[in-house]
Design a protein around this ligand. Structure first.
Ligand code: FES
Length: 129
């Protein structure tokens, strides 16, 4: 489903340019005093609050990667580059937050970091916050 600009909630905010945000980037952006982690994971753009819900670590310093999925004993199933299973790992205690919805892998119903849609408009990377 496509949402046109008139239906978007929030104010358009230019976060970066595409040129400033190559794949592999995880950087802090601040909008009206609020800190966010802006992530380019293999060309997919993500924006989450830059505050881990566990004890407040800045997620812009977290690694972005896949993770081990539940599997049968003696088998290993790494999510790898699967976009639905990419996470940012908190730099302090290691909670993994899915980039698709901000939910913690270990406790998705109770622990999550707020995430936002990121768009590319021309050369700009924007969000409606
Ligand atoms: S502060 Fe993020 S896991 Fe503890």
């Amino acid at each position: 489903m496509t949402i046109d600009r008139a239906q978007r909630r929030g104010t358009r905010r230019v976060l970066s340019t595409l040129e400033e945000l190559p794949p592999g980037t995880n950087t802090e952006v601040t909008v009206e005093g609020r800190s966010y982690a802006l992530i380019n994971d293999q060309g997919r753009l993500h924006l989450v609050r830059n505050v881990c819900p566990h004890h407040g670590a800045p997620l812009c310093f977290g690694r972005v990667q896949g993770y081990m999925l539940p599997s049968e004993p003696h088998t290993y199933d790494y999510s790898g580059d699967d976009a639905d299973h990419r996470v940012v790992i908190c730099p302090w205690h290691g909670y993994k937050f899915r980039l698709t919805d901000g939910r913690a892998v270990s406790d998705p119903d109770r622990m999550r970091v707020r995430s936002y849609e990121v768009l590319v408009e021309g050369d700009d990377v924007v969000a409606y916050l």
